[in-house]
Write a protein that binds this ligand. Structure first.
Ligand code: NAG
Ligand code: NAG
Ligand code: NAG
Length: 287
């Protein structure tokens, strides 16, 4: 009996020490832009941390890969890391609830540099959309991927008008040597879309042209394609949000999204007759 008690004591201390170990070099550099007093944002609690200062709480949120805001209770220093925020609220699910003693804070969750090495005078050496710079606390840094590929999470895909055997799925198969292709008379929009198995958060997409058309007359087949997220809402009315455009594409372009999605659709207005693409890489997380 005594032994069991001793072990559970040891385990408790161990777990606590892990939770409180902060990997940000003892320098808390959390930023927050918006405070809502005596309110708690409901939903998507990623983690609850007890006995932690507000500054550490916000820093914890910034270092967490998917945290967007926090609820903080000052009296007993309780910190809730949330995967949702009022400002972004792109799922339409975030809701304030009056709660005495609780305040809600939004961190700068788009910040891509963490710690003094990455922020102070060192130009961020990492990719501005796909990576973030993390201070390693020993005078160097690490570039960390912000998201994973969501291709495995595509349930099915479709295309406005299929040309030959250039199926929609070939744009989401992880192979840039296989192509999807639409074809029409140039009077209707072309589109291609992917439906996810469940809701995702998309950090960014990489739109890739069919490479053997580059520097030929067919190079512009994927120019000026609008990229949109589709969210299912309770009243069966999809919420469609445009997050980017391929412009004058060339070979490939990386476009930041930072939105929730049930589907992704790429649309192209007339008079384009053919949208012929190699791949739409989608990077984010399953929620
Ligand atoms: C802190 O207070 C809140 C609100 O009363 C409560 O939900 C939470 O359990 C408390 N946490 C601790 C560690 O006492
Ligand atoms: C989030 O969006 C929904 C739907 O538009 C709205 O009802 C809700 O009040 C919003 N939440 C916040 C915190 O603004
Ligand atoms: C995938 O799509 C099929 C229809 O094509 C549907 O019946 C099925 O429920 C979907 N699965 C998921 C996990 O959404």
């Amino acid at each position: 009996m005594k032994l069991v008690a001793f072990f559970s004591f040891v385990i408790l201390i161990f777990v606590k020490a892990n939770i409180l170990k902060l990997p940000e070099c003892g320098k808390y550099d959390a930023e927050f832009s918006k405070i809502t007093y005596h309110q708690r944002l409901l939903g998507d609690i990623l983690k609850t941390l007890d006995f932690i200062s507000l500054r550490k709480c916000l820093t914890k949120c910034m270092l967490h890969p998917t945290c967007q805001s926090v609820n903080f209770m000052r009296q007993n220093e309780t910190c809730e890391l949330l995967g949702n925020s009022a400002r972004r609220n792109s799922s339409g699910n975030s809701l304030f609830s009056p709660a005495n003693g609780w305040n809600h804070f939004e961190t700068d969750y788009d910040k891509k540099t963490l710690g003094s090495w990455c922020s102070n005078g060192n130009n961020n050496p990492c990719n501005a959309i796909t990576e973030r710079c993390e201070d390693r606390c020993v005078g160097n840094y690490q570039c960390v991927a912000v998201a994973q590929s969501l291709h495995e999470h595509v349930n099915h895909s479709s295309i406005s008008t299929l040309y030959g055997t250039y199926y929609a799925s070939l744009a989401f198969d992880g192979n840039e040597d296989t192509w999807a292709c639409t074809h029409n008379l140039g009077t209707e929009p072309n589109w291609i879309k992917a439906v996810f198995k469940s809701r995702v958060f998309v950090n960014y997409i990489i739109f890739v042209n069919r490479q053997d058309t580059v520097n030929t007359v067919h190079e512009n087949r994927c120019d000026n394609v609008d990229l949109k997220t589709i969210l299912y809402t309770n009243n069966n009315q999809n919420l469609i949000t445009t997050f980017g455009n391929t412009g004058d594409l060339g070979i490939r372009t990386t476009i930041s999204c930072m939105k929730f999605a049930d589907e992704i659709i790429a649309t192209q207005n007339p008079p384009h007759q053919t949208m012929n693409l190699a791949e739409i890489w989608i990077h984010g997380r399953i929620i």
